[in-house]
Design a protein around this ligand. Structure first.
Ligand code: FAD
Length: 478
C-alpha cells in the first residue's frame, strides 16, 4: 500500500457504516477513501425488482448523507461493474478496491473476473464478510461436506457463532484530494412514477438508522411475544428487519450481539433463541445457495424436474392480484402489493396455494416475489419457494398441502389480518370470514359482500385441487 493513493470501497449489499469490514479496513489504512455504488443493470447478475429499487433509492440517499457526514461523499455510477471500476481507478489513481462478499454464483463469477482484471492493472483487491455469522465454507459436517439439512447445520453453526463483537463505524474518512464526479440519485429513476404505486410503503424507513429503530423496538418488548405469536398473522410480533438485512443496512453480527445483550439486560431469554434460529435459516439458505448454486433456477431435488406444472394465466392473474376467492391468500397477496412485504406464515400459505392448488411452477411465484418484495433476497426467496414446493434442501414434504381455510382459521383466528387487507370482507362474521362462499345469502348481504361482484368466488375447489396435486406428485415417484 502506498501512503497517499485512495482506496475504493465498493458498496453492494452492505449499505451501512457500522460493522462494515471493507469500509473499516480501508479507513484504518489512513489513505483517502472513495465510497462507490454501481448500478449495474447489464447482463449477468439478476437485476433487482421494482420494490427493491424503491428501497435502494432511499437506502442510498441515507448512506450518502451519512458518508458525507464522515467526510467522503458517496460516488454513484451506472454501468457494467468492471468498466465502471476500471474507469474510476484510472480517474483517481486508486491503489485498491475493497468489497464485502456476495454468495450467489453470478456475483461470485463477476467479482472474480473483476478482481483478476484489476490485479492485472496493479490494483489490489480485498474482500470481507459483512453479511453472515458464518460464511458457507466455515460450517461443515464431520465428514467435511456441506450440510443439506437445517437442524444439524444450525447446531454446528450456532456453536461456532458464539460471542461476537461488532465494530463501530469509522469516526471520519479522508476524502480524495480532488473531488470525484458522481451521478445524481434522482436521475436513476429508482422511485416509481406513472404510476407511483408506493404510497403504501410509507411506514418503512430504509437506511441504517431505520434498521436500528426496528431492532430496538423489537428487542425492547416485541421479542417477548415472538416465540408464541410469530405465526399469528395479525399480531405484528416479528422484527420486520428483513429488508434492512437484505440491503445490509444492519448485519447479523450486530443483531446477534444486540439480542444477547438485551437478553442479559432484561434477565430474560424469552423469544431470543427462537429469533436467533430464524436468523439461522437465513444463514442456512446462504449455505445452500453457495454450495448448490444451480438451485436458484433448478430444483434441488432433481426428481421434481419432470413435474407436470400447469400453465394457468387466469389462476396466476387472480393470485397476483389477491383475487383467488380464498381470503387468507388474497390478504397475503394484497399485503405484498400494498406494502412490499408479507408475513412469513402468509408467504408459506400464498406460495403453497400457487404451487399446490393452482399447480403453477414455484419459479413463477419466486419471480413475482422477487419483483414485489422490498426484502427480496436470492438465498431466502429461492429457499422459501423450494421449501414450500417440496423440491428444496430440507423441504416440507410435497404431500403436505395447506388447506387455506384451516390455515386462515388457525393463524388469523379473529380475522384481523383478512379484514385489514380485504376491506370488502370487514363486516363479515368471524365464522365466515375465511370461507365466505359458505355464508348464507342474508349474512353476506348484511356484510355488504356480493360474491362474484365485490369479492370473487373461489377460483378452484380446494379438495379437487388437493387431489390433483397429489396425483401429479405420484407421477414423480412412480
Ligand atoms: P423475523 O421473524 O423477525 O426474523 C428475523 C430475520 O430472520 C428475518 O428478517 C430474516 O432475515 C430471517 N428469517 C426469518 N424467517 C426466515 C425464514 N423462514 N427463512 C429465512 N430467513 C428467515 N426472506 C427474505 O429475507 N427475503 C425473501 O425474498 C424471502 N422470500 C420468501 C419466500 C417464501 C415463499 C417464504 C416461505 C419465505 C421467504 N422469506 C424471505 C423468509 C421469511 O418469510 C422472511 O425472512 C420473514 O418473513 C421476514 O420477516 P421478519 O424480518 O419480521 O422476520
Amino acid at each position: 500500500m502506498t501512503d497517499s493513493a485512495p482506496i475504493v470501497v465498493w458498496f453492494r449489499r452492505d449499505l451501512r457504516l457500522a460493522d462494515n469490514p471493507a469500509l473499516e479496513a480501508a479507513s484504518s489504512i489512513g489513505v483517502p477513501v472513495i465510497p462507490l455504488y454501481v448500478l449495474d443493470e447489464t447482463a449477468g447478475v439478476r437485476p433487482i425488482g421494482g420494490a427493491s429499487r424503491w428501497w435502494l433509492d432511499k437506502s442510498l440517499a441515507s448512506l450518502a448523507a451519512r458518508l458525507s457526514g464522515l467526510g467522503s461523499p458517496l460516488v454513484l455510477r451506472r454501468g457494467a461493474s468492471l468498466a465502471t471500476l476500471t474507469e474510476l481507478v484510472r480517474q483517481t489513481g486508486a491503489q485498491a478496491v475493497f468489497r464485502n462478499r456476495l454468495y450467489d454464483a453470478a456475483s461470485i463469477a463477476r467479482d472474480e473476473a473483476i478482481e483478476a482484471a484489476l490485479q492485472g492493472l496493479g490494483v489490489e483487491c480485498r474482500s470481507f464478510n459483512s453479511a453472515l455469522l458464518n460464511e458457507p465454507w466455515e460450517v461443515a459436517s464431520g465428514a467435511g461436506s456441506p450440510y443439506r439439512v437445517f437442524t444439524p447445520y444450525w447446531s454446528a453453526a450456532r456453536r461456532s457463532a458464539g460471542r461476537v463483537t461488532p465494530h463501530a463505524a469509522p469516526r471520519s474518512l479522508t476524502p480524495p484530494t480532488r473531488p470525484v464526479s458522481s451521478e445524481h440519485l434522482d436521475t436513476w429513476g429508482l422511485h416509481p412514477t406513472s404510476p407511483d404505486w408506493s404510497p403504501g410503503f410509507a411506514d418503512w424507513r430504509p437506511g441504517e438508522e431505520g434498521a436500528w429503530t426496528r431492532l430496538e423496538t423489537f428487542l425492547d418488548g416485541v421479542v417477548d411475544r415472538y416465540a408464541e405469536a410469530r405465526d399469528t398473522l395479525g399480531a405484528a410480533a416479528t422484527s420486520r428487519l428483513s429488508p434492512h438485512l437484505a440491503f445490509g443496512e444492519i448485519g447479523p453480527r450486530q443483531i446477534w450481539a444486540a439480542a444477547q445483550a438485551a437478553a442479559h439486560r432484561r434477565g430474560s431469554h424469552k423469544g431470543f433463541e427462537t429469533f436467533l434460529k430464524e436468523l439461522g435459516w437465513r444463514e442456512f439458505n446462504h449455505h445452500i445457495l453457495f454450495h448448490q448454486p444451480t438451485t436458484v433456477t433448478r430444483n434441488a431435488k432433481p426428481e421434481f424436474d419432470g413435474f407436470p406444472w400447469r400453465d394457468d394465466p387466469r389462476g396466476l392473474r387472480s393470485w397476483k392480484r389477491g383475487r383467488t376467492g380464498f381470503p387468507i391468500v388474497d390478504a397475503a397477496m394484497r399485503q405484498l402489493w400494498c406494502s412490499g412485504w408479507m408475513h412469513n406464515r402468509a408467504r408459506m400459505i400464498a406460495a403453497s396455494f400457487l404451487i399446490k392448488d393452482l399447480l403453477i411452477d414455484w419459479r413463477v411465484g419466486e419471480t413475482w416475489f422477487w419483483d414485489t418484495l422490498v426484502d427480496a433476497d436470492l438465498a431466502n426467496n429461492v429457499g422459501g419457494w423450494q421449501w414450500t414446493a417440496g423440491s428444496g434442501a430440507d423441504a416440507a414434504p410435497y404431500f403436505r398441502v395447506f388447506n387455506p381455510v384451516l390455515q386462515g382459521e388457525k393463524f388469523d383466528p379473529d380475522g384481523a389480518y383478512v379484514r385489514r387487507w380485504l376491506p370488502e370482507l370487514a363486516a363479515l362474521d368471524d365464522e365466515f370470514v375465511h370461507r365466505p362462499w359458505e355464508a348464507p345469502a342474508p349474512t353476506l348481504a348484511r356484510a355488504g359482500v356480493a360474491l362474484g361482484a365485490n369479492y370473487p368466488a373461489p377460483v378452484v375447489d380446494h379438495f379437487f385441487a388437493r387431489d390433483r396435486a397429489l396425483d401429479a406428485f405420484k407421477t414423480l415417484t412412480a
